[in-house]
Design a protein around this ligand. Structure first.
Ligand code: 8YV
Length: 316
């Protein structure tokens, strides 16, 4: 028991890849917050000894949680997006924060492209059509070609650039919107998001979540995308005004949508479940064995570097 107490005490907010949990538990003492029958009781009893939090983009870390941990020095997150972590609270306290950039770009870009081609060509809808036996009654409706269309990317970071390369390979034009024009990219820049939505056949969201982008894709942007336009979201549900999206899809003001993220995960607006022009996936953007392992390795590398020399591999 004495040996246990000498290991740094980590607080794990929610479940993580089992291999990561095991690796952490062999080196550190880990409190599993989500398993505690009474979380406040656990925090009151052990919170003062916790030196680091291990969390994810999904589980986050609130100011309230951090304030229950007076010795907290670092937050390690599994995921690239850190909108669920109160960065201002961490800065106020001098708490370091790490995330897992770089290692998931390909898989998330693949997911965006998969949703795009699925919604354009009706792959999931056609699969349902075949399974229902509808083929015997007639042909599947015609769908939309990708080649020659314009893909508007909102947020041209590493994931956005990966999406751009994929759609270019399918003969699409790329345009983008972001806070700044990027002089080194060959794509058309729209300083105005509405102008990008008007120019685009497909609007793909690959920007960070958080207060700065909350509800950015509203009824006006969806109307600009229009009845033959498609919205693809692999970013965060919070960047879209979800009721406006549901209304636009139901009325036909928007052509269709491919959505991997939602405002209140794992809840999905029930109105979307019956629409054939919508493809829904359960926030699986980074969800491959290889990428989740690479994310786990990067979390562990950050934890180990921190406890070796007080620095991080990938600080936020
Ligand atoms: C999730 C993600 O974090 O990296 C991100 O920002 O959204 C995802 O990779 C991951 O699913 C956390 O469990």
């Amino acid at each position: 028991m004495a040996e246990q107490n000498q290991r740094p005490l980590l607080l794990q907010v929610g479940p993580l890849l089992p291999a990561l949990q095991d690796a952490l538990e062999t080196r550190y003492e880990v409190l599993r917050l989500w398993e505690a029958p009474d979380q406040s009781e656990l925090l009151a009893a052990r919170g003062q000894d916790v030196v680091a939090v291990v969390t994810s983009g999904v589980h986050g870390a609130t100011r309230e949680l951090m304030s229950a941990l007076p010795a907290l020095a670092a937050v390690f997150s599994f995921g690239v997006g850190y909108d669920s972590i109160d960065i201002a609270a961490a800065r106020d306290r001098g708490v370091l924060v790490s995330n897992t950039p770089g290692v998931l770009d390909d898989c998330v870009a693949d997911t965006a492209f998969a949703l795009l081609i699925d919604v354009a060509r009706g792959i999931s809808a056609a699969d349902r059509f075949v399974r229902r036996g509808d083929w015997r009654q007639g042909k599947f409706p015609l769908t939309s070609r990708l080649a020659g269309k314009t893909c508007g990317i909102v947020g041209l970071g590493n994931i956005g650039k990966g999406i751009a390369r994929r759609v270019e390979a399918f003969g699409m034009e790329v345009a983008y919107h972001g806070r700044h024009r990027q002089p080194d990219v060959p794509y058309r820049y729209h300083a105005d998001l509405e102008a990008l939505a008007e120019a685009a056949d497909f609007l793909v969201l690959s920007l960070p979540g958080g207060p700065a982008t909350d509800g950015l894709i509203d009824a006006r942007i969806l109307a600009a995308l229009g009845p033959r336009g498609y919205l693809i979201n692999i970013a965060r549900g919070s960047v879209v005004d979800e009721p406006a999206l549901v209304a636009a899809l139901r009325s036909g003001a928007l052509g269709g949508a491919g959505l991997d993220v939602f405002a209140e995960e794992p809840e999905v607006p029930t109105a979307l479940l019956t629409l054939d022009n919508v493809v829904l996936t359960p926030h699986l953007g980074s969800g491959t064995h290889e990428t989740r392992q690479a994310m786990a390795d990067l979390v562990l590398a950050n934890v180990e570097r921190y406890f070796t020399n007080g620095t991080l591999v990938t600080p936020v």
